[in-house]
Design a protein around this ligand. Structure first.
Ligand SMILES: [Zn+2]
Ligand SMILES: [Zn+2]
Length: 246
């Protein structure tokens, strides 16, 4: 059996669809048939060639994408439950992680897995086994030990896909920052992360939420997401004026 992967041979160019053999999951691994993939702001930066220091110049047949969800296609030997301990079967709708903290170092043990110095990232060069290492393809190969969770029936693929990027980051960040009921939150930038941060800060009980951005339509969205004050950088031309306005 073969599956397709979207490959980017040159920055700013078209993706090519290439076929690779679909691997059988090793013990502990899970093969997921992807049903949705999202285009994140960072994917656009990669495509435009704005992250060459990480992705290489010129790119070497890049594969990428990290926002996704799907259904379990095949379970490797020994996998019977998800990360919450619920039974996991072929065909189940799932979401899962796309980077791999070691889980054993002092940083991981302090519950800061995002900063793990031994964190492994997905391989981004097309044609590297197990071939399905990123979101833009028919399958995703979840390595042994990768966290995976069922998606509740009432959460659609469209909602679950970006939730595992922007929303998850914002939840983690505001929790670590210690936002508490009654606090004032200042959010710099009303992009995807900023808008999620407004909604989460509201939900966590922030009393006042102040958002700064340069784009009027973004500030309008921030208000719709629950911001009390949306300040335009176009009006506040110096750092001093911004600080005073906040
Ligand atoms: Zn993302
Ligand atoms: Zn670690």
């Amino acid at each position: 059996m073969k599956g397709r992967v979207a490959v980017l041979p040159a920055y700013g160019g078209k993706f090519e669809l290439r076929e690779y053999p679909v691997p059988d999951p090793e013990p502990g691994a899970i093969l997921v048939k992807l049903t949705r993939a999202g285009v994140c702001g960072s994917d656009l930066h990669i495509w435009r060639g704005e992250m060459k220091e990480i992705y290489g110049s010129p790119p070497r047949d890049l594969t990428f994408g990290h926002e996704m969800c799907g259904r379990v296609e095949r379970l490797g030997a020994g996998v019977s439950v998800d990360s919450a301990g619920l039974p996991l079967r072929e065909g189940d709708r799932v979401t899962f992680l796309y980077f791999f903290p070691c889980g054993r170092c002092p940083v991981c043990l302090r519950d800061e897995m995002g900063s793990c110095p031994r964190k492994a990232r997905a391989n981004r060069v097309a044609g590297t086994a197990p071939y399905f290492n990123n979101a833009y393809g028919d399958y995703y190969y979840l390595r042994p030990g990768g966290f995976i969770f069922h998606i509740p029936d009432e959460v659609s693929d469209d909602v679950a896909t970006p939730a595992n990027c922007a929303l998850a980051q914002v939840l983690y960040g505001l929790t670590r920052a210690g936002l508490r009921q009654g606090d004032t939150a200042v959010i710099q930038g009303a992009g995807g992360l900023g808008l999620n941060a407004v909604a989460v800060a509201r939900d966590m009980g922030a009393d006042r939420i102040i958002v700064l951005d340069r784009v009027a339509s973004r500030l309008e969205l921030a208000r719709a997401f629950g911001a009390d004050h949306a300040l335009s950088l176009a009006d506040l031309t110096t750092p001093e004026r911004r600080i005073q306005a906040v």
